[in-house]
Design a protein around this ligand. Structure first.
Ligand code: FVH
Length: 285
């Protein structure tokens, strides 16, 4: 079904979202602080308006994709939002999303927050995911339009949940990148072919290890950190060995050291018999 949809913010991501909506046949109205960024979209049939108020007025669904939350308030502060659905896909913290939800609801809008798990080039391609939280009825009303952009996944009424899960996924990604970079430094220091190591050895190993994580999740939820795989004492020794090996190889183990610190901390509490899943308990103040 063709919908009228407005997009506020035509940076790299906002432009990709508007482009996907146009390609799917929707009537797209666009606004951007720097108007010229709309030119390629106008050539594809989008309607450019001069103010955010005109953009909001034009459509029941308003997708916002700006730099940050302060810019969202700057753009929408004097605009009537009554009766509109605001889908704010700007990246932010859970607290910012909850605040924005209250702010929008006070002004008579339905509010959805979103976490985009994709880069602009992935929009409308398989593998792209957007998490949504906030008004369930707004999500259900516009789910088909959202599906044009990426797989839409609704994660709950708490508007903060999509950004929270977005940040958690990024955390997993950065952990994986940190592990890769340390491993790469070690392998390169020995002049072993890095690409071959990465594809033939590291990736299959990481995939095998990732397959254990659902069982760890069960343990964390149950507060049961018993293990029949390898306890913290063994992992403490393994990390000690790794750190020494890195230094002997002339590589700094800086991305690995925080993990060793937390293992040492947990072990010092007399919990060396536990598995690695118990480390999560050390992360709450
Ligand atoms: N690009 C990506 O890969 C990531 C993927 C995950 C999600 N992020 C988030 O998406 C938001 C927008 O990101 P972007 O890539 O489109 O960013 P830019 O190309 O830098 O565009 C920024 C837009 O925001 C406008 N803007 C900035 N400040 C203001 C302001 N004070 N008032 C009005 N508009 C403002 C800017 O306008 P202009 O500079 O073109 O005039 C752009 O439209 C972001 O939250 C990412 O974290 C993308």
């Amino acid at each position: 079904m063709t919908e009228n949809i407005s997009v506020l913010g035509l940076g790299l991501m906002g432009s990709a979202l508007a482009d996907a909506l146009l390609s799917a046949g929707h009537h797209v109205t666009v606004w951007n602080r720097t108007p010229a960024k709309a030119d390629p979209l106008i050539a594809k049939g989008a309607v450019r308006v001069a103010t955010p108020a005109e953009a909001v007025e034009a459509s029941p669904l308003v997708i916002v994709c700006l730099l940050d939350y302060p810019s969202v308030y700057e753009v929408l502060q004097d605009v009537s939002l009554a009766g509109k659905t605001i889908a704010n896909l700007t990246t932010g913290r859970p607290s910012e999303a909850r605040e924005a939800a209250s702010w929008a609801v006070e002004r008579g809008a339905d509010y959805l927050d979103g976490g985009i798990m994709a880069v602009p080039q992935m929009i409308a391609e398989p593998g792209a995911l957007i998490l949504y939280s906030g008004s369930r009825s707004a999500f259900e009303r516009h789910e088909q339009a959202f599906a044009v952009l990426a797989e839409p996944r609704y994660v709950g009424e708490d508007a903060g949940m999509a950004p929270l899960l977005d940040l958690a996924m990024l955390t997993g990604m950065y952990g994986q990148i940190a592990g890769f970079l340390e491993a790469a430094a070690m392998v390169a220091s020995a002049k072993y072919p890095l690409k071959e190591f990465t594809t033939d050895l590291l990736i299959p190993w990481l995939n095998a290890m990732a397959a254990l994580q659902p069982a760890w999740a069960d343990k964390i939820e149950a507060g049961d950190h018993s293990t029949e795989v390898s306890n913290l004492e063994a992992n403490r020794a393994a990390l000690e060995n790794l750190v020494r090996a890195f230094r002997e190889q002339g590589v700094k183990p800086d991305l690995l050291l925080p993990l060793k610190t937390v293992i040492d901390q947990r072990t010092a509490r007399g919990l060396a018999h536990e598995g690695l899943s118990g480390l999560v308990e050390e992360l709450y103040p």
